[in-house]
Every structure is written in C-alpha cells, then in structure tokens.
Design a protein around this ligand. Structure first.
Ligand code: SF4
Ligand code: SF4
Length: 362
C-alpha cells in the first residue's frame, strides 16, 4: 500500500464502517485532551491527509511495546499499526530480514527524506562500538543515528527507548543508552511505560499526523495529555490512602478488600502515566486493579529506584493538580523549570536538543 493513501481510504478498504471510524477517533480525541471543537479537524485529517511514512526500529528490548499495540483489544488500533501508517520497515513484523530489509530502510529514507517518522523501540548498546546489538553487519547505534538524521520527528516507544529501562540499570554492561542520549537535532517524543498503553501510542501518532507537530510535552519529553497526572491522582484506592487504610501483607483481608498498596511499595504517588485513567485492554483492569503495586515503570531509572516492594520513604503530597513539571520545579529549581516552559507545544522542526553524548564531547 502506498503512503499516499489516506487513513479513511484504508479503513474503507478494510471494511471498517464510518460509524466505527468516527467513534474511534472521537475517543482518541478525548484521550488526547482535545476540545470537542477540534474533533472535526482530526476526522478531516484522517480523511484527507496521506498516510504518514514510519520506520519502526528495534534495539535492545523485549518487543513488549509492539505486543501492547498489536494485542490491543480495539480492532482499529491494530489497523493503525498495520495499515493506517505506512509501516514499510519493521524488523519484527517484516517478512524480510538482514541486508534485504536494510535496503528497504534506505529506500524509504530516500523517498521520504525529512518527512518520515522514526519510531524506536528499545535502546542502543554503545560499548565496544555497539557490537551487542547488530543486524546486517551494522550496529543498531549506527543505523539509529543514520535514520534519525533525515526523520521529521522521533517517537521513543516504551521506557527502554525513552529512559533506558532494565538494560540501562546498574551495572549496564552493554552501555545501553536511550534515544535522547545518542541522537541530537531532532524532536523526540518519549512514550515511556513497560510497555506503554496501546491507546496512548495510537493517540501520539494521531496527534502528530493530524497537527503536523509534536504534542505538548513535560520536562521529561512525555506528552502531557497522557503523562500529566500521577497514577495516585486517579487511583480508585485513593480513598483508602486518604483514610490511612493500608495493605501490610498480600495474604491479609485488606488486600482482597482493595485497600491502598502504598506500604507494599506502590510508586503510584510519584509515577506519571494514564493507567488509572485509561486502564488496559479496553478498561478491563490495570496493575493496581489486579492487586499489585505500581512499580513506576514510566519514570526514569525505575529499576534502580529502590526495591519494588519497599515503601517509599517520602510521598510528595502536592495535591491532584501537581504534575511532573511542578515536581520538577521543586527538584531542579526555577531556572530549569523556565527552560522546560519553552520546551512545550513546540513545532516539530523547532524542537532540537543536543544529545548527552554531544554534551559530554563539547
Ligand atoms: S499509593 Fe498506590 S494503591 Fe494507594 S492510592 Fe496511591 S496509587 Fe493507589
Ligand atoms: S501501574 Fe505503574 S508500573 Fe503498572 S503499568 Fe502503570 S505506570 Fe507501569
């Protein structure tokens, strides 16, 4: 299929009726926090704009982000990854591999120079010339930097690509580094989570496609629409937290009664994500709903942030209006917060930052 087809044409060819089409993008618009007046703009973009060419690369990772997306319960979400975007390069989903597939990547880069979205799942091994993550005789690090150079924007899927995740945890034997540490000069949207929620991934693509710009980001590069509130702020166990009613042991009655999991190590009070709002698998549940504390998987360095089942020493009691930027202001001071204010709502071509590797070299 050509990247010149519109989303609506592909939907029609796939037998998705207009009612389902409108319903899906209505829900996506709401989850993006768009005002109802912008809904026709989203639908118009889907009906008229050519599909967005996407190169989807895989570094050091477990493929859980792809799994999250393609296992989504919503049929149209699955259609988006497989048909709505022009996904011509994906090492996991393509039949071709190795040198054959690398030719495809180079052709897309040539045909859509400066126009394609680079989606990255996983991170780059930087030690020993990147030898710990190779395909077709080349390192993922090289291929990532080469492909990023002509991309319109980069989406870093999951905590691996956004912040490093388990590969980057101490002692990090392969020198695993997230996208922002090895790529510079390009806007990067971090969509962390282990994995991220399918509807969040769809929402980010929809926003970029509709408006031709990256969504408003927080100081960690995450879309505010999905990472603007803490798990704790919308958690259905919050009344138990406020009442001081805590689970102290997974085997006791309080656990089956749904009391607060804070003393079991829950990181919900310091974790920004949409799990307690959107939930998973068409609102079937989310980890806390299944009786397990949040382990803070959408925050940087969550593997090194203390044992999962040990209660946090301190909880930032900043109220439900607090967000990652508010806490950032307290943590890093007004100067850094001022810089963050300039980083939001930036048009794709304007948001460029030096990589940490470059900063070290300068
Ligand atoms: S501490 Fe965890 S379980 Fe308790 S209310 Fe907050 S997010 Fe929910
Ligand atoms: S509840 Fe917490 S640990 Fe679980 S998926 Fe959501 S952010 Fe990650």
């Amino acid at each position: 299929m050509s990247a010149k087809q519109t989303f609506a044409e592909v939907f029609e060819a796939r037998g998705v009726n207009r009612r389902d089409f409108l319903k899906f993008f209505g829900l996506t618009s709401v989850s993006l926090g768009l005002s109802p007046s912008l809904f026709p703009k989203v639908v118009r973009a889907m009906e008229t704009k050519p599909r967005t060419p996407v190169i989807w690369m895989h570094g050091l990772e477990c493929t859980c982000c792809s799994e999250s997306f393609i296992r989504s319960a919503h049929p149209i979400t699955k259609d988006i990854i497989l048909n709505m975007i022009s996904l011509d390069y994906d090492e996991v989903l393509s039949a071709a591999a190795g040198h054959q597939l690398e030719e495809v990547r180079k052709q897309i880069m040539k045909d859509y120079k400066g126009k394609y979205i680079l989606a990255v799942e996983g991170n780059a091994a930087t030690k020993d010339d990147g030898v710990y993550c190779m395909s077709a005789g080349d390192s993922f690090l090289n291929k990532l930097q080469e492909t990023a150079a002509d991309a319109a924007a980069i989406i870093a899927w999951g905590s691996c690509a956004s912040f490093g995740c388990v590969q980057n945890a101490d002692p990090n034997p392969t020198g695993a580094a997230p996208v922002s540490e090895v790529v510079s000069g390009k806007p990067i949207i971090n969509v962390p989570g282990c994995p991220p929620i399918a509807e969040v991934m769809t929402g980010v693509i929809t926003h970029v496609h509709t408006f031709g710009e990256i969504p408003e980001l927080d100081r960690l590069g995450r879309p505010k629409a999905f990472y603007g509130t803490r798990i704790h702020d919308k958690c259905y166990r919050r009344p138990f937290f406020d009442a001081g009613m805590f689970v102290e042991n997974f085997d006791e009655d309080s656990a089956s009664k749904g009391w607060c999991l804070y003393k079991m190590g829950c990181k919900g009070p310091t974790t920004y994500n949409s799990c307690s709002k959107i939930e998973w698998n068409e609102k079937t549940s989310f980890p806390i709903g299944s009786g397990h504390p949040c382990i803070g998987c959408s925050e940087p360095n969550f593997w090194d942030n203390g044992p999962f089942y040990t209660r946090m020493a301190e909880v930032p009691f900043l109220g439900t209006d607090s967000n990652a930027d508010t806490i950032g202001k307290i943590a890093v001071g007004a100067a850094a917060a001022g810089a963050a204010a300039h980083a939001v709502g930036t048009i794709i071509k304007q948001k460029v930052t030096p990589s940490k590797q470059e900063e070290k070299e300068s």
